[in-house]
Design a protein around this ligand. Structure first.
Ligand SMILES: Cc1cc2nc3c(=O)[nH]c(=O)nc-3n(C[C@H](O)[C@H](O)[C@H](O)COP(=O)(O)OP(=O)(O)OC[C@H]3O[C@@H](n4cnc5c(N)ncnc54)[C@H](O)[C@@H]3O)c2cc1C
Length: 166
């Protein structure tokens, strides 16, 4: 298995989901034609909303001239829940809520996570009115929604293993 190239790019919010724009920026950074980029795998996504022109920072693994190897499936070993497993109600899917859910599963309890906000992808679009118009969507904003306030942290709260840069 060959180690993929890892590259960081910054794009304006509006074009950050556009694959052509992503390939162009990655190609520029790696000094290769975008046509040679066979696959991009997003490994980190963060928002820089300190100025009115919102920027998105993206880290990709890049397959040049050949596609990336398939990602290994993470293995999580948890006890099987019995039919009589205790139910734990967890309010909020921030780092504390998600960790409580994991601990519950490890202890053989059935967690039910209740979250007032939207999923993480939808939340990104709900931040724009705060910066552009100064209006806050009450249930989906920097603090409320999947991942809690941790979703938009600078990375300290993330625990997945980062690959070294090649
Ligand atoms: C703007 C900002 C930037 C930050 N940046 C960083 C950083 O860069 N690095 C860092 O390490 N930490 C950062 N923090 C701190 C970090 O995000 C928090 O310490 C962490 O998110 C707290 O986790 P939590 O699970 O306790 O609470 P939260 O993350 O606040 O999660 C609470 C969850 O409960 C949900 N909820 C609330 N009320 C209800 C209800 N009535 N019903 C259902 N769900 C509900 C919310 O929607 C939310 O998902 C930042 C915090 C903020 C606000």
């Amino acid at each position: 298995m060959t180690e993929p190239k890892v590259v960081d790019i910054t794009l304006p919010f509006e074009s950050s989901e556009d694959e052509t724009a992503q390939k162009k920026a990655v190609g520029r950074k790696l000094k290769v034609s975008p046509k040679r980029i066979q696959s991009l795998r997003l490994v980190k996504h963060s928002l820089d909303a300190r100025r009115p022109a919102i920027k998105v920072q993206l880290r990709f693994e890049v397959g040049i001239d050949s596609p990336l190897d398939p990602e290994p499936t993470p293995e999580i070993r948890l006890p099987k829940l019995s039919a009589s497993a205790k139910t734990v109600i967890i309010v909020g899917s921030g780092p504390a809520g998600l960790f409580a859910a994991l601990r519950s599963l490890q202890n053989g309890w059935k967690p039910i996570v209740i979250e007032r906000g939207k999923d993480a992808s939808a939340r990104r679009y709900d931040l724009a009115p705060i910066l552009r118009k100064g209006t806050v969507i009450e249930d989906s904003n920097y603090c409320f929604g999947e991942g809690g306030a941790g979703t938009f942290s600078d990375g300290k709260l993330y625990t997945h293993q980062a690959r070294p840069r090649s």
